[in-house]
Design a protein around this ligand. Sequence first.
Ligand code: HQG
Length: 172
Amino acid sequence: SYALRHNPGKYGIQLDEYGYTDLAHFIAALNRVHHLALTRGDIAAVIAHSDKQRFEIKGDRICALYGHSIPGIIHHQVATPPAILYHGTARRFLPSIKKLGLLPMQRQFVHLSTDIQTAHQVGSRHDSHPIILTIDTRAAQTAGIQFYVGNDQVWLADEIPAQFLHGWPKKS
Ligand code: HQG
């Protein structure tokens, strides 16, 4: 994740505009920097056994499907998401989100989940009692907000203004 989302430069690899890099170079770079002896089979096994669909190998290239923070935008396919998406977040972020909407913060995009359970897991990384906001994607799309494909469970957006967010707890 660190090499493919956040700091490819540390590994001497370059991502194309869709986030892909040469798989053989990527493996060689990981092995060089971390003194490992990974094979293509090891990388394929990590992807196959991961709890999330974070990476994709296409032919001789590999990419992270979402989560990037490197400078410059990685392009993702524009598409129509399910009518409702979810975003799990921390209670302490709610006043700011209510005012400014969902922003990408340190990443290139806002990350949204297709189901409540995943949103809960995402939010649990920030708060022991996360809040699950719901996103009215149809209203947002009508207002010109674009949604991008991450993987089967993750959708991305440049930002989600607060008017399209629902599910605020009573005391926020
Ligand atoms: C919050 C993991 C204040 C936002 C996950 C979130 C996901 C605001 C935090 C993926 C805000 C950013 C991304 C505003 C948003 N004011 N706080 N206006 N707008 N925030 O980690 O969505 O396991 O960058 O609610 O599962 O938590 O690594 O984003 O709490 O899919 O594959 O700012 O990363 O995937 O936190 O997680 P993050 P995220 P992996």
